[in-house]
Ligand binder design. Sequence first.
Ligand SMILES: NC(=O)c1ccc[n+]([C@@H]2O[C@H](COP(=O)([O-])OP(=O)(O)OC[C@H]3O[C@@H](n4cnc5c(N)ncnc54)[C@H](OP(=O)(O)O)[C@@H]3O)[C@@H](O)[C@H]2O)c1
Length: 255
Amino acid sequence: MDRWRGRVALVTGASVGIGAAVAEELVRCGMKVVGCARDVEKIQKLAAECQSAAHSGVLVPFKCDLTNEEEIVSMFAAIKEQHKGVDVCINNAGLGHPESLLNGKTSGWKSMLDLNVLALCICTREAYQSMKERNVDDGHIININSMSGHRVVCSTDGHFYSSTKYAVTALTEGLRQELREANTHIRATCISPGVVKTDFFSRLYKDNPDKAAGVCSRFKPLEAIDIANSVTYVLSAPPHVQIGDVQMRPVEQVL
Ligand SMILES: NC(=O)c1ccc[n+]([C@@H]2O[C@H](COP(=O)([O-])OP(=O)(O)OC[C@H]3O[C@@H](n4cnc5c(N)ncnc54)[C@H](OP(=O)(O)O)[C@@H]3O)[C@@H](O)[C@H]2O)c1
């Protein structure tokens, strides 16, 4: 990770869960991390913890609702002004709503598309443009995908969510191909976890806490730090190595 020391990473959804763990790990490795989410106070608290742990990098909290394109564009403008630009973009923010295909609400589908697909694409485009204008040829865009982007589980609560993650699989490979056409060495990777112990399921089942708790009690789930370790593994691969996807499940997870 030494070559990333002092470089700038954007981590979306850095207030809790996987994003918070990734942000902290990159700060520990000496990066300047802009962490964004709506609940900026949580990121400020994490930034203070990073400081008292004497990590060699720094976490810069940024309030941004990623479902609003103007807020994303202003965030990139502020990063350009204050930190020159983005060298690594971790598209992590994502959510699920248990809206089935036969009876679900359109508003829930739209909210998943806005965050899991559109915000990821807007951040990717803005990050690439930031790298290109500064002649950064070794940048990295990492999408936090899901095993749900690779197989459809028989659960009506997850079918639409799964389609947004299949989109992430296609977008990561499409991005890799466009980067080849652009003749750059910027890399595109997705990381596809199975069940991870975070707030994801209590948010998904906000009206049914027992169901949320049930998901992580059937077997020992992954921890957010496991995903953060995959991010540093992918980033620390030699510059000529392009890791396309890291699929990782808890050992006891079947599907
Ligand atoms: N947990 C799992 O089992 C699992 C498995 C596979 C893949 N994943 C994927 O991993 C990623 C992270 O999930 P997680 O498990 O860490 O979930 P989480 O604990 O619910 O965290 C989600 C993050 O996204 C942010 N976010 C949500 N809406 C946002 C918005 N409109 N604007 C900006 N940020 C927003 C949240 O921050 P605020 O609410 O403060 O805005 C939070 O920081 C997601 O893409 C998820 O699909 C999770």
